[in-house]
Design a protein around this ligand. Structure first.
Ligand code: DMJ
Length: 734
């Protein structure tokens, strides 16, 4: 039976729920207008924004659209914005070197500014806006618009409201064929899904760390809550220009969020989501003040540095996790005592991915504050890992904080292994390619992946990034966690540095290896897409197994998976083995993340089309009754699917953000100017500058990556990674 049919709206209660929700939200808007009265000026802008779900789509400004350019010119001429260039004094010791983050988006890129209370200059906020952007003016304009709408009967009763609501969801009923796809219109659908999710959380779970959309209640993870959902979603709201919602979130962060709690928290999760979320909010709000502009982070306002101050407070609590004998962080940390806590599981070992996925956040914080301590502690972890001298750059998934040695031999790029590799290439890009050691580590590991972990499924020959649970040289397990699907995007990012493939191919550094990497990225994205298509709901399982040959085909084996994954001839599905215990879907982002990178880098529209199909499946099968939001699924392989009653914070922080970016113009968050952390929080690239350097060197090692005993330490050249890459072609797979 062909059960994947996102257009079959008659069978989908989710869509009628969306319509009900939209109608209710419209009624809320009407009520707000009635209540507007004395508060009209202050609230006008907020109400206008809340109405956006029911009006012509309002797009986040594109940096190349004519309106945006006009604004930039006028701002520049006003001489008061950072973007105007030359309007800021760069005093202090680094005055000639430091520059705004914004410089990265202009021809003459400078270095990143530091936080203002440090000895070096920090760029002034860009919140000083021209007259038409100021609150009072906007309030008056909003009031005028509202009055006009009111007079024309826009809010006059149920009929117009439901008409608007119905027309809002018309897209679900429309045939979509044809070559003139309106991607901005599709992007609006993503924004609406975000608003529905957020509004449900705001209504039923506000301030709680967890949100359970079916039972419609929230739950704390710590005594006073950590802002788990609120902080994780901040930068998505900025990108989507959701000002009133952002204002509410900001008020909560300012008035309620307090990390001083006697509570043990996971070092990694708290860093990537909370610290990452706050730093990204700081970056976007200072760099792009017209994204969801709000007043209390205006230049000189009381809350100007709210996100950064909260970030620093949190980091000073998390940093205690690194106080282990080896410097490898403990799995958890107590937020009040700042003491690290040994993992309660896994024989007390930390997970390798968790220990090595803190670096982008702490290095950016170091750069902002000028405090080198965060930087040094974070980078030391990578040295300890590398000093183990593991073969071909592939590392086991557990490491002891006690002595920095690995526990067991399990090697995989799924859970507990994944983002160690992701942060190698991203550390290289974060510091504008000034630290070649991280490129070398990435090249070596990627060559190791190709040599030891790549094989092809049968009968259809999908490319599989498998696992070696007992170590290299031991049997392969043909299994891919959905988490592995971050990898194709990272491979493409590594090959081009964030440029388009077309641009990167013109560089003298382009070579055959990069060709092969792009090919691998493309094939793995296709496999991840297959994980979605193989499921009844069109939503991927948490884990897929694959049928493979014995012995497994080597990377060099000829292979060609079917291009079209059709339901008419579903024989390709035989390759995918979905076990009942693995068929849950947790709203994870990794595949749409890779689609986003692949679209930006290759420009192949198929990645956008796949993303749109995935998004529709999410809307179709995960929307919750009565406007509850969206839920993860316990079983994504049955229609109707079983809800899990949980809306993950990364649904807002990552999954919807990547969908939104996938359908956005390419100049919204240009890939060659930023690094995106593993939770989809956005940081700028920057130069090392005089305060920072790579504080370690690799130990001498042989061509397989193993340490050469009793050799003096010296800088290792790129040859190790390159040699391993060359070996890939000839290597067999055991
Ligand atoms: C997120 O917290 C991050 O993407 C992390 O790297 C992996 N797990 C979830 C999403 O799947």
């Amino acid at each position: 039976m062909n059960v994947r049919d996102p257009f079959n709206l008659h069978r989908s209660p989710a869509f009628s729920i969306l319509r009900v929700s939209a109608t209710r939200a419209a009624a809320t808007v009407t009520q707000r207008v009635v209540d507007a009265g004395a508060q009209a000026i202050e609230s006008g802008k907020q109400v206008v924004e809340d109405m956006s779900a029911f009006s012509i789509p309002k797009n986040v400004p594109s940096f190349t659209n004519p309106q945006r350019e006009l604004e930039n010119r006028v701002w520049g001429a006003s001489g008061v914005t950072a973007r105007s260039g030359g309007s800021h004094s760069h005093g202090g010791l680094m005055g000639g070197v430091q520059d705004r983050v914004g410089g990265f988006f202009e021809r003459d890129r400078g270095d990143l500014p530091m936080y203002k209370d440090k000895p070096y200059s920090y760029a002034a906020s860009r919140r000083h806006r021209p007259i038409w952007k100021r609150k009072r003016t906007m309030g008056l304009v909003g009031l005028l618009i509202l009055s006009a709408l009111y007079l024309f009967g826009f809010f006059g009763g149920d009929t117009p409201t439901s008409k608007r609501a119905t027309s809002t969801w018309n897209w679900l009923h429309k045939p979509e064929e044809g070559s003139n796809v309106d991607w901005l219109d599709r992007r609006e659908r993503v924004k609406e899904a975000f608003m529905l999710s957020w509004d449900a959380y705001e209504r039923y779970g506000w301030g709680y760390d967890e949100y359970h959309p079916v039972t419609k209640h929230g739950k704390q993870m710590t005594p006073k809550g950590m802002g788990w959902i609120i902080v994780d979603a901040l930068d998505t709201m900025m990108l989507m220009n959701l000002t009133s919602r952002l204002t509410h979130a900001r008020e909560w962060i300012s008035n309620t969020l307090d990390y001083n709690q006697d509570q043990e928290v996971n070092t990694f999760e708290t860093t990537i989501r909370m610290l990452g979320g706050l730093l990204s909010a700081h970056y976007l709000s200072t760099e792009f003040p017209d994204m969801a502009p709000i007043a209390d982070d205006d230049e000189g306002a009381a809350g100007e540095d709210l996100y950064l101050e909260k970030a620093k407070d949190l980091a000073d609590r998390l940093i205690g996790a690194f106080d282990s004998p080896s410097g490898v962080p403990y799995a958890s940390v107590n937020l009040k005592t700042n003491e690290g806590v040994v993992s309660h599981d896994d024989g007390g070992a930390s997970s390798t991915a968790e220990a090595a996925t803190l670096q982008l956040e702490l290095k950016y914080l170091s750069k902002l504050t000028g405090e080198t301590m965060y930087w040094e502690k974070a980078e030391h972890v990578i040295k300890v890992i590398d000093d183990n001298g593991r073969e071909d750059g592939l590392v086991p998934i557990y490491i002891y904080a006690q002595d920095g040695k690995f526990r067991g031999e399990n090697i995989r790029l799924g859970s507990r292994g994944d983002s160690y590799y992701e942060y190698l290439i991203k550390q290289y890009l974060q510091t504008s390619k000034e630290e070649p050691i991280y490129e070398e580590l990435w090249d070596e590991a990627l060559a190791g992946v190709r040599k030891h972990l790549i094989t092809y499924s049968k009968p259809s020959q999908f490319t599989v990034l498998a696992e070696r649970p007992s170590g290299l040289g031991m049997p392969m397990s043909p299994k891919m966690d959905h988490l592995v699907c971050f990898m194709p995007g990272s491979i493409a990012l590594g090959a081009t540095g964030g440029l388009t493939e077309k641009e990167a191919r013109k560089l003298p550094t382009w070579n055959k290896r990069k060709d092969e990497e792009m090919q691998l990225a493309s094939e793995l994205t296709h496999t991840c897409w297959g994980m979605y298509k193989a499921m009844a709901t069109g939503l991927a399982p948490e884990i897929a197994h694959f049928q493979i040959d014995d012995p497994p085909l080597p990377v060099s084996a000829p292979h060609k998976a079917p291009t079209t994954l059709s339901d008419e001839d579903p024989s390709w599905k035989e390759d995918f083995v979905i076990k009942p215990n693995d068929n849950h879907n947790l709203q994870r982002p990794e595949t749409v993340e890779s689609l986003f990178y692949m679209w930006r880098i290759t420009g192949d529209v198929k990645y956008r089309e796949w993303g749109w199909e995935m998004f529709k499946s999410f809307v179709n099968y995960t929307a919750v009754d009565e406007g509850g939001g969206f839920s993860s699924l316990s079983d994504a392989n049955t229609i109707p699917p079983t809800m899990r009653d949980n809306m993950e914070s990364f649904w807002l922080a990552e999954t919807l953000k990547y969908f939104y970016l996938l359908f956005s113009p390419d100049d919204l968050i240009p890939l060659d100017k930023v690094v995106i952390n593993t939770e989809a929080h956005i940081f700028p690239r920057f130069k090392l500058g005089p305060l920072f350097k790579t504080g370690w060197e690799r130990k001498p090692r042989g061509p397989d990556g193993k340490i050469l005993a009793d050799q003096p330490v010296k800088q290792v050249t790129r040859s190790v990674g390159v040699r391993a890459a060359e070996e890939v072609k000839t290597a067999g797979v055991s």
